[in-house]
Each structure stands twice: as C-alpha cells, then as structure tokens.
Design a protein around this ligand. Structure first.
Ligand code: GRF
Length: 208
C-alpha cells in the first residue's frame, strides 16, 4: 500500500555541503515527483545545505545545539520542526550528530540515512578512507533506515563502486558521491511509491 495517500512529505537534516540534499531537491521539483521537500533543518548556521534550501524555496530551519540545555531538548526541537511541517519521512543528509531515541520515537521507522560504504562494512566516519585502508576492491553506498545504532538499521538499497588503482580517499569519495545522489533519490522514490514497507515494520513496532 502506498503511504501516505498523497505526495510523501520529506524533511532533511543536514550539517554541511548538502549535495545529497540537492539531489533530493532536484528530484522533488521534477513534474510528477512522488515526494516534496517540506523543510531542511540544520544544526550549523554556515551549512551550504541551508543556502540550497533557500535557493529552492524550501523552508530552511536552523536549530543550534548551544541554544538547548540538553541533547534531549535539542533533539525534541529538531523533531518538532519536522513534525510541524507535516513530514512523513526524515532524510539524514550529512547530519553530523547522532539522534537520540527521543527524536527517533517521534518518527519511528520513518528516518533514513545514506552512508558512503557497503554496510555493514565501514560504519562511522571516514568510511571511504576506511575502505581504502582496508584494501577492499569494491565499496559503494548504502541507504538504510535509522535505528538507535551507528549505521546499523535495515538496508533499503546499495550501489557498488569499484576501487581503482591509484585511488585516493578523495577520488574514491567523488565516485561514491555520484552514486549516492542516485541511490538516495531512488530510495525516497521507492518509499514514496509504496514499493517498500513504510514505516519500517520492525522499527515502527519497537518500544512504546
Ligand atoms: C555523504 O558522503 C553521505 O554519505 C555522508 O555524509 C556525506 C554528506 O555529503 N553521510 P553531502 O552533505 O550530502 O554533500
């Protein structure tokens, strides 16, 4: 079944450059797109992601950690910004903070992330460098639902990228990033068109 009946409303959380966000914004603006962007929320006043949102006419919202006494209050403020714009799905797009269970409980089974490696290999930071240092011949990117672990949630889709002779962390990251942009849009479209179960049943059912 398609969830919801109308266009899926997507909020993105982004801390930096926002190139994956841009891919989502571009896809949402195509005629007949099955989803729309309702907000870009950032913890970083200098995030290029906020500029990209403004340029596209999407609500750009700054929520700074220093203005909130505790992590729980900060996470609650982030969730409230997404909730009050009616977001169905939250896409993490280079959001550099871990979300606490209190954020996730408001969007249970409805938060996804993109990671620049083939999970469960190389979770966490510098995934491309981890892959290169390990010496794998194939790496790539993964779109997954977010649970309470670090890059551990159920996988939606993955795209492989070959490691080439002479690759540096930068050249490899650049090739993975091209695939990330395609994979993230595809994953959101799969959700928006009811092709995969959403909210994720295991996560949606977890806890009270
Ligand atoms: C991407 O490599 C993404 O996989 C990781 O953070 C980076 C964000 O890049 N989670 P951008 O801000 O989308 O350009």
């Amino acid at each position: 079944m398609r969830w919801p009946a109308s266009k899926l409303k997507v909020a993105a959380l982004a801390s930096g450059r926002g190139s994956n966000l841009q891919a989502l914004i571009d896809a949402a603006s195509r005629p007949g797109a099955p989803f729309s962007m309702v907000a870009v929320i950032s913890d970083n006043p200098n995030a290029k992601a906020l500029e990209r949102a403004r340029a596209a006419g999407v609500d750009a919202v700054l929520v700074e950690r220093r203005n909130h006494a505790t992590r729980q209050l900060f996470d609650a403020a982030l969730a409230e910004e997404a909730r009050k714009r009616g977001a169905d799905l939250v896409c993490l797009a280079g959001f550099m903070r871990l979300l606490s269970p209190s954020f996730l409980s408001g969007f249970r089974g409805r938060v996804i992330n993109i990671h620049p490696a083939l999970l469960p290999s190389f979770p966490g930071l510098d995934a491309q460098k981890q892959a290169l240092d390990y010496g794998v011949k194939v790496t790539g990117c993964t779109v997954h639902f977010v649970d309470e672990g670090v890059d551990t949630g159920p996988i939606i889709l993955q795209t492989p990228v070959m490691v080439e002779e002479g690759d540096t962390a930068q050249t490899l990251s650049d090739r993975i990033l091209e695939q990330e942009h395609l994979a993230y849009v595809k994953a959101v479209e799969l959700i928006a068109t009811g092709k995969i179960e959403f909210p994720h049943p295991r996560l949606a059912g977890a806890g009270a």
